[in-house]
Ligand binder design. Structure first.
Ligand code: NAD
Ligand code: GLY
Length: 361
């Protein structure tokens, strides 16, 4: 087991990473108050709910559960309200802990509930997808979707602790594992060429679900995110680098309708577009772009997207949160392992980068 800390002064918190983690020893000290509400979904509950519920009960906690339907389409105000219903019906008070047990959808919803119930209660993240272990459970972004935009309503709510157990990834569908690997590759591309070399050596093991290698990949990814969040919690600057590939990727997700492609899959093609544009600017070589493409392919991620009219692609990109005073800013690569945020690129070249990754014919 390895432990990392997100250094946020008196809100500093640990991320526990390993296989078959010990709930009683590691996690229980972070469960504050007597009342515990575990928020999970219909897929994860039969797999892992009892394990955690029993561990909390054994130390005398009153444990209740809120089991939501599974899917991004339920990440909205109507289903968020079910968490508030459960908290109120069970007479939960301010000194309680909300536990998110699931992937990023559950983490974002439970976190937002914890941020707003009685103006804020304790919160613990138990991420059960690779994507949530390396990204959404760390850094405190929580929220829900609105019919007019994804993740448009939310709050920053840092957890007391994050508990990332690799043994829970065994039950994850391979496609979801690959989507998580996309975010892992993102950290290497944006900030750590040595990690990129390590991933190139071990990507097959990761795809196969090797728990030791997964723990190493989660540790290295979270170390990057923890450092960036500690420097820029509210995304005034460098935290935006974590969105490498996302502006392009969101356009693919929005056009196809959320759920058709997984977020990590769209980000994979988006990262290729960012690499391609960086190459056209003269920062990356052709060889670098091929290196990125090869790694994504080996991670069983898509590297082309179904044809989308350019106008429409651009209009989705224009809704990006990084648009400042009407100007689109992108995360590009000065070199492999060094990302920058910039508005200084040629639109024609950007359009070319988008078109280069369409499925032909
Ligand atoms: P998800 O939560 O929908 O989980 C993917 C699927 O895997 C679901 O069907 C889920 O029920 C299932 N599942 C979860 N754990 C499982 C397990 N151990 N075994 C078997 N099945 C399991 O998707 P996700 O990729 O984890 O997260 C995506 C969400 O995260 C999006 O809503 C996105 O907006 C959000 N997100 C938030 C942040 C942030 O910083 N807050 C960052 C990235 C993504
Ligand atoms: N997933 C991007 C961030 O947490 O900032």
């Amino acid at each position: 087991m390895q432990t990392l800390y997100v250094e946020l002064g008196d809100r500093r918190y640990p991320i526990f990473i390993g296989s078959q983690l010990n709930v009683t020893e590691q996690l229980v000290p972070y469960i504050k108050g007597k009342q515990v509400m575990i928020v999970t979904n219909t897929t994860v509950a039969p797999l892992y709910l009892e394990h955690y519920s029993n561990a909390f009960k054994r130390i005398g906690k009153t444990v209740k559960q809120c089991i939501l339907p599974d899917g991004e389409k339920y990440k909205n105000i109507e289903y968020l309200n079910l968490i508030f219903d459960a908290l109120l019906q069970e007479n939960f008070n301010r000194d309680c802990t909300v536990v998110a047990l699931g992937g990023g959808v559950i983490g974002d919803m439970a976190g937002f509930a914890a941020a707003s119930f009685q103006r804020g209660v304790y919160f613990v993240q138990i991420p059960t997808t690779l994507l949530s272990q390396v990204d959404s459970s760390v850094g405190g972004k929580t929220g829900i979707n609105h019919s007019l935009g994804k993740n448009m309503i939310g709050a920053f709510k840092q957890p007391q602790a994050v508990f990332a157990d690799m043994s829970q990834l065994k039950s994850l569908p391979p496609r979801e594992l690959s989507a998580g690997l996309s975010e892992v590759i993102k950290y290497a591309l944006l900030g750590d060429v040595d990690f990129l070399i390590w991933l190139e050596a071990h990507i097959d093991d990761l795809v196969q679900g090797d728990e030791q290698k997964l723990a190493e990949a989660v540790y290295r990814s979270c170390a990057h995110k923890a450092k960036i969040v500690a420097n820029d919690e509210k995304e005034k600057g460098e935290r935006a680098l974590l969105n490498l590939g996302h502006t392009f990727g969101h356009a693919i997700e929005s056009y196809l309708g959320y759920g058709e492609w997984l977020h990590g899959e769209a980000v994979a093609v988006g990262m290729l577009m960012a690499a391609d544009l960086s190459c056209q600017i003269g920062w990356l070589s052709q060889q670098d772009v091929i290196r990125v493409e090869t790694l994504l392919k080996r991670a069983k991620l898509p590297i082309r997207y179904p044809s989308i009219p350019l106008e429409q692609f651009l209009s989705y990109m224009a809704h990006d949160k990084k648009v400042l005073e009407g100007q689109l800013r992108l995360i590009l690569l000065k070199s492999l392992g060094q990302a920058v945020i910039t508005a200084d690129f040629d639109t024609e070249k950007m359009n070319q980068a988008i078109l280069n990754y369409q499925i032909q014919g």
